[in-house]
Design a protein around this ligand. Structure first.
Ligand code: PLP
Length: 461
């Protein structure tokens, strides 16, 4: 063992090797040095465990080179989403429509009209690019866009109800992933939460009885990721608006997903649209940009001008402001809603409304492809996808996928091997078998999957 330690080359010796000299032409010396140290440390550890029988300098050099390659790999990078969860928060939620690409590049690499009014030749507002479109699309007086919907709720509460009471039904005190909890957001905003009703039943008189001089807002929260079923009662948005008007208290609805097309037309269950809620007369509506809307991460606030003007003046708005890449992609997405059929042009909606027959065909093609690889077993299976992102809770969408089995690998092993790649392939284990739902596969993903399986099975290295 001592002998093996002594035979390990030093960092300087490795740095003098021809192979490493080549690498040094394209990499910082410090990075290379660190990689050498890491590789040597790994060898010492292996020697300690008795896993090294002799020192092979060529192998060490190879390890150093691959360590450098590994370091260069982007941490934030694309993956293949084989889970069938369309709005997968961990995998980046909504995908931009392709039309966004050229505008995104323009704005990222060139100066822009971000806060410049070209007509007047003077300072403009960054929000103007999307506010008019939102007003036109949703028939509202004003709009404001912030970092995400959590920020939108925080800003609205802080502006309209700081130090005052906000009435919410106990059935709507939601927590969504990533620790967004209505009571906590309320606390942060400085508003005082006044819970009314019970978990399963809240009536109009519950709200009415809770109103005092200190009531600043009546809030309705869309129960995004769960549904209360059975012996239940909740008041309709229209009723809440009536109470608000009668007692002269503004109303707000946190819609969460904020869909702008009626999904019933596509055989999906009803998800209240932003337009419906606006039409019901709610003063302030907030929703996400990257859920069913299918755009960038953003929190969109629409409604009455007098309230939105107050929010625009709130110093918090500056802290929650969106960047130009968000704004340009949101503008582009909103234009698609205005000028084209969003269900065909917005990837999220396209995946959501994909017909089972299309999905079957996609699965059959993929199945045929992977079956050309020796040692791979696969078949087309019926499966259910989820819309995800807290939209359409519990609603499972009938879909198709393929199962994957590879000789010599158990399920967990295969799932991991597909996952730990340059382009990770994220699958689901269904009934103990690795399964890929084709609903969320993009053009070109088939080749990525094929190539991965070829490497895993050793068809190609
Ligand atoms: C998703 C969601 C939020 C948070 O939206 P983000 O854009 O993720 O910040 C808030 N409220 C409801 C009801 C939601 O569904």
């Amino acid at each position: 063992m001592e002998d093996l330690y002594r035979k390990l080359p030093s960092v300087d010796e490795i740095l003098r090797e021809e192979k490493i000299n080549e690498v040094l032409k394209f990499n910082k010396r410090e990075v290379v040095k660190n990689c050498i140290r890491e590789v040597l440390e790994r060898y010492r550890e292996k020697i300690r465990r008795g896993e090294v029988k002799k020192i092979d300098i060529e192998k060490i050099l190879e390890d150093v080179v691959s360590q450098i390659e590994e370091k260069k790999k982007m941490s934030l990078r694309r993956v293949v989403n084989g889970t069938g969860i369309i709005l997968h928060t961990n995998l980046g939620r909504a995908l931009f429509p392709p039309q966004v690409k050229e505008h995104l590049l323009d704005i990222a690499f060139c100066y822009s009209t971000l806060e410049y009014d070209v007509e007047k030749g003077e300072r403009g507002s960054r929000y103007s690019h999307v506010e008019k479109l939102l007003c036109e699309l949703l028939d509202v007086e004003a709009a404001l866009v912030v970092n995400n919907n959590a920020a939108a709720v925080l800003l609205a509460l802080n502006t309209l109800a700081k130090g005052k009471e906000v009435i919410v039904s106990r059935g709507q005190l939601i927590e969504i992933g990533g620790s967004f909890r209505i009571p906590d957001v309320m606390l942060q905003s400085g508003a005082i939460l006044k819970e009314v009703g019970t978990t399963n039943k809240t009536y109009d008189f519950d709200y009415i009885n809770a109103i005092t001089e200190n009531t600043a807002l009546l809030l309705k929260v869309h129960t995004s990721n769960y549904r209360i079923v059975g012996f239940t009662h909740d008041i309709a948005t229209e009723e809440l608006v009536q109470i608000g008007r009668k007692y002269d208290i503004p109303t707000m609805e946190d819609l969460g997903s904020g869909v702008m097309v009626d999904l019933r037309e596509y055989g999906l269950p009803h998800e209240p649209t932003v337009q419906e809620v606006v039409k019901a007369g709610v003063d302030i509506v907030t929703f996400s940009g990257d859920k069913l809307l299918g755009g960038p991460q953003a929190g969109i606030i629409v409604g009455k001008k007098k309230y939105i003007d107050l929010m625009k003046k709130n110093p918090l708005t500056r802290a929650l402001r969106v960047d130009k890449l968000c704004l340009v992609s949101l503008e582009c997405v909103l234009r698609i809603y205005r000028d084209y059929n969003p269900v065909e042009a917005i990837p999220t909606l396209k995946m959501l409304t994909a017909k089972p027959s299309q999905l079957y065909e996609k699965a059959a093609i993929l199945n045929k492809l992977v079956l050309t690889i020796p040692k791979v077993k696969s078949k087309v299976v019926e499966i259910t996808s989820l819309s995800g992102g807290g939209s359409l809770p519990e609603e499972s969408l009938p879909s198709y996928g393929i199962t994957l089995e590879v000789e010599g690998f158990d399920t967990e092993d295969l799932e991991r091997r597909l996952r730990i790649r340059d382009i990770p392939i994220i699958t689901r284990i269904v009934d103990g078998v690795v399964t890929i739902d084709v609903r969320t596969l993009l053009e070109g993903d088939e080749e990525v999957i094929l190539h991965a399986l070829e490497e895993i099975t050793g068809v190609c290295q």
